[in-house]
Design a protein around this ligand. Structure first.
Ligand code: ADP
Ligand code: MG
Length: 263
């Protein structure tokens, strides 16, 4: 049984406060969906949890099974069992998925003999073409293929807690079903705890959330069960404060190229 506890988390980027006292606890086997307007800080939360450079934690704590996650370098957080499925998966020319996962297995002292078999099994489970296993990681993959690629990594690495940022973006209906079923199965097979960021209730028909949260202006402002996700799709986020302020550009103007990466 694992527990990721986020308490009073505050973080800024380029001097602008983005997370403003965020509380969330995710336990093994639970699915937490985080929804919220653009610019609310959802991706920032995922970046801060994995220690992406460029973000400064200015308050609060994050622990995984009592260990201070924020004190660890990114590789150690991954080693401890945190997995991030990025909103925009990074392309890594020259390194294949197979090689990358082989290095992960080595680093974790896992038996690499089982890796090839696991890759084929996992690829079949989500309908991911085997030819991508030996090709450069994410290079020239479509948005949907990148998301399947991330899901395959999740299946093979078997983390304790997965943070999945817009897992549904770019997926067609069939891919969406396979990917969300795979993640849902992991909650039962390996007790995976999930924090999934999404704009669409559609994803949550297969990956069934135990808790749905609204993140607005850097805080969790409402929590409920799956009914909340359906309600949000109808009503939007207007009830949760000044949405305008949440989507406004930061006070300091940034070069558009920089902001694109963090949409
Ligand atoms: P969401 O994922 O909820 O749409 P983000 O977490 O990506 O929102 O962004 C929240 C706010 O923080 C936005 O206004 C965004 O422009 C800003 N932001 C995010 N990352 C950075 C960064 N590295 N530098 C400057 N501003 C950032
Ligand atoms: Mg985002």
């Amino acid at each position: 049984m694992s527990e990721l506890i986020i308490e009073g988390l505050e973080a800024s980027a380029a001097g602008n406060p983005i997370l403003r006292g965020l509380d969330l606890t995710i336990r093994s086997g639970e699915v937490h969906a985080v929804m919220g307007p653009n610019g609310a800080g959802k991706s920032t939360l995922s970046h801060v949890l994995l220690g992406k450079p460029g973000y400064e934690v200015t308050g609060g704590t994050v622990t995984l099974d009592g260990e201070d996650l924020l004190a660890m370098p990114t590789w150690q957080r991954a080693h401890a069992g945190i997995f991030l499925g990025m909103q925009y998966p990074t392309e890594v020319p020259g390194v294949s998925l197979q090689e990358m996962l082989g290095a992960s297995f080595d680093a974790a002292d896992k038996d690499t003999a089982a890796l090839d078999e696991a890759l084929l099994v996992e690829a079949a489970r989500i309908g991911f073409d085997e030819k991508f296993l030996s090709r450069a990681l994410n290079v020239d993959l479509s948005g949907g293929e990148k998301k399947r690629n991330e899901t395959l990594q999740l299946g093979v690495l078997q983390p304790k807690i997965a943070i999945l940022d817009e897992l549904d973006s770019g997926l067609d209906v069939d891919a969406l079903r396979m990917v969300s079923q795979r993640v849902e199965a992991a909650t039962e097979e390996t007790g995976l705890g999930v924090l999934v960021i999404t704009h669409y209730n559609r994803l949550l028909t297969e990956l069934k959330p135990d808790h749905v949260h609204v993140l607005a202006k850097g805080q969790i402002v409402a929590s409920g069960d799956a009914a909340l996700a359906a309600e949000l799709e109808d009503t939007g986020y207007g009830a949760y404060g000044e949405v305008e302020a949440a989507v406004a550009e930061p006070a300091t103007p940034f070069a558009s190229g920089v902001l694109d990466v963090f949409e």
